[in-house]
Ligand binder design. Structure first.
Ligand SMILES: [Zn+2]
Length: 142
């Protein structure tokens, strides 16, 4: 049975500020609409930052393709997190790396964001690592 608003308020009032902020910033989309409103109300009653309420709204905002593309292009202008260069726009790639130990083989998939140069390096490293540690997997299969 879902708690009614009064019960919900009593619950929220028991939480300290940090717990409320955590719910607001991480779990808002999982709450019922009336619970979200209540949460916003309590946050404002406690005089917590308005940015938290903005953060709740941001989680419900749908982004259309055009806006998403704009944001993406903005982010791509940032310096490369690896070499700090801004010469080329950032890209993203999935690198995969097979690492085998005597009893298990693991495949590590990673999302990497960097400039094209660094991505090439990262891909090569993943391949080298696969070549070095991956052959155990074949032994195990024999
Ligand atoms: Zn780079």
């Amino acid at each position: 049975m879902e708690p009614n608003l009064d019960e919900l308020r009593k619950n929220y009032e028991k939480f300290d500020n940090s717990k409320l902020v955590r719910i607001a910033t991480e779990e808002a989309t999982r709450l019922r609409p009336e619970a979200v409103e209540l949460l916003k109300q309590i946050i404002s009653e406690r005089g917590l930052s308005k940015d938290i309420t903005k953060g709740i709204d941001a989680q419900f905002q749908e982004v259309d393709n055009e806006t998403l593309l704009e944001y993406t292009e903005l982010l791509r202008e940032l310096p490369c997190p690896i070499c700090k260069s801004t010469e080329e726009k950032l890209n993203a790639t999935m690198t995969g790396c097979v690492v085998s130990f005597i009893i298990m083989t693991s495949y590590k998939k990673e999302l990497k964001i960097a400039c094209p140069n660094c991505l090439d390096k990262a891909n090569n490293q993943a391949m080298i690592k696969s070549a070095l540690f991956g052959w155990w997997a074949f032994l195990g299969a024999l």
